[in-house]
Design a protein around this ligand. Structure first.
Ligand SMILES: C[S@@+](CC[C@H](N)C(=O)[O-])C[C@H]1O[C@@H](n2cnc3c(N)ncnc32)[C@H](O)[C@@H]1O
Length: 220
């Protein structure tokens, strides 16, 4: 049955949507349920979307949601592996909820995309690897937003085509990181510090960098 209901997004996907530019063509890779794309279309942040997933079941779910919300005429739903879904110039590409290595491999395999879109990426793991891959493959990290949800923190990275100088510390601790407050940012670095410390191969230098970031938050 068709419906006009406006979707609501959880905190993580709201932060992803907040980094999307108002644009003609958006892309959602690994869309699964398709809620991010549906919201971007409903709010007219994106005029059109390519919505893709490698799983046929997810593609079916997206199709059903778009049909229910009467959005099919504004989106292309595709079964595809990574950036292979993009066959035309686009303005912004989201890849969220996948492992950092999977997203980094997509960037490595196809660093140049039609239209030089902004990338909005939320990896669940291996975020330093993803940052390094971006800066070494023609992207500049414009902003990172930290979101706390379900007793953990998520990094959402916005990268645009360009070059920048970077340090090993930035690869580990982030570029232009923003939380909703300094207190939240401090709590995020503390959480990262504890995660890092619990690893069997403890990295003294990384711990020292995270401590510096915590001190910086305390001072502001
Ligand atoms: C955990 S879901 C994330 C859904 C949504 N993006 C979110 O953040 O809530 C991950 C999705 O990525 C898809 N996926 C995994 N590898 C992929 C790839 N190489 N290309 C496209 N989709 C992929 C999976 O099938 C799954 O539906």
């Amino acid at each position: 049955m068709r419906s006009n209901r406006l979707l609501t997004l959880d905190k993580r996907l709201s932060a992803v949507a907040g980094l999307f530019p108002v644009c003609e063509y958006g892309v959602d890779i690994g869309a699964d349920h398709g809620k991010l794309s549906a919201w971007l279309l409903q709010t007219e942040r994106c005029e059109r979307m390519i919505v893709s997933d490698i799983s046929p079941l997810s593609v079916q779910k997206v199709g059903q949601l778009m049909d229910e919300l009467d959005l099919c005429h504004r989106c292309i739903v595709r079964e595809a592996d990574g950036f292979a879904a993009i066959d035309r110039p686009v303005d912004a590409v989201a890849v969220c909820g996948l492992g950092g290595k999977t997203i980094a491999d997509m960037v490595k395999q196809q660093p140049k995309l039609h239209g030089n879109p902004a990338l909005i990426l939320s990896a669940h793991t291996q975020i330093p690897l993803l940052r390094r891959t971006l800066v070494e493959h023609g992207y500049r990290i414009e902003k990172e937003v930290i979101v706390s949800a379900a007793r953990r923190y998520y990094n959402i990275i916005k990268a645009v085509v360009g070059t920048s100088d970077y340090t090993d510390k930035q690869i580990q601790t982030g570029f232009h990181v923003e939380g909703s407050s300094q207190k939240e940012l401090y709590a995020y670095y503390q959480w990262r510090y504890n995660v890092e410390k619990s690893k069997q191969t403890e990295q003294g230098q990384i711990l020292a960098w995270l401590k510096e970031e915590m001190e910086q938050c305390g001072r502001l």
